[in-house]
Design a protein around this ligand. Sequence first.
Ligand code: SF4
Length: 341
Amino acid sequence: MEKLNLTGMTLEEMESLIESIGQPRYRAAQLFNWIYKKGILSFDQVTNFSKQLRQQLVDLAQIGLVTIEKQIVSSDNQTNKFLYKLADGQCIESVYMIDRKRRTVCLSTQVGCALACNFCATGAMDFKRNLTAGEIIDQLLAIQRTLNVEVTNVVIMGMGEPFLNYDEVMKACDLISHDKGVAIGKRKITISTSGIIPAIKRFTDDGQRYKLAISLNAAHEEKRSQMMPINKKYPLNELMNAAKYYTSKSRHRITFEYVMIAGVNDGMEDALKLAKLVKSLKCKINLIPYNAIDNHQAPPSEEKINAFIRPFLNLNVVISVRKSKGVDINAACGQLYNSFN
Ligand code: SF4
């Protein structure tokens, strides 16, 4: 009989399992804590369980869904990129970044991605499959265990479009924020979407408290469709209505990610159009200078970035330029793909 994998199970699921083997329900909360808080990989480590219970669990179940195949550390030691192998042989990546007191992980939600954004390395891969909630949270647990650190922030911006794997992503986020588990606050977890409008509405109607970011990258309808083909299905004007729906109903700020590419979307006309698009929204804009994957596209100069920011200075909009992390190990935004091979 194939063993159950406990990584990815909710507390309620563990309670049913524990009761099904004739053990008291409270044992499930202890087990949940050992797996998600302490990050164990073996039932032998569960020192407050009897030998008999540990053996029952060994016979029935296992822990852990991802195996670290490779790890690369950036030259400044602030970024680590991990390549994992999954049980079916597929590979995914995630990134760990240090920024002052913040310890952030960027997690993947799919193997490959079907959306083919033209600035993204993952988009150049085919879509293979969705990850399970267990495979999503296990990327984080493996990093904490390997580096002996406590992660403080999570960004769901790795390989894949999280809102095309909505249920498993939400289940993973609920596990990550559960107070008996990893216990990272909901407002320390950001989910970034390319703009799947029905899922933005669902996220809003569900009253989700996780932070929401939209990968925008262009304020012109046509330009955005060229960069992000999903814009043909969910056009910018409708996307902005969905963003407005989110901010007014949730009363939370929304973040727009804007990857700046020299000569593509970094002009004054782009900045003015973007300012007009977002000025009535409670939002933050993250400008992310592009990291060259090849020689076709390049980041803008500092002067261009400074000029781009100017139209926003009199608006009630927070704008920041994100310093790219892990450029020398291809760990920056849009660079996650099977680059270890
Ligand atoms: S940017 Fe995100 S949605 Fe677009 S191809 Fe890359 S992983 Fe997919």
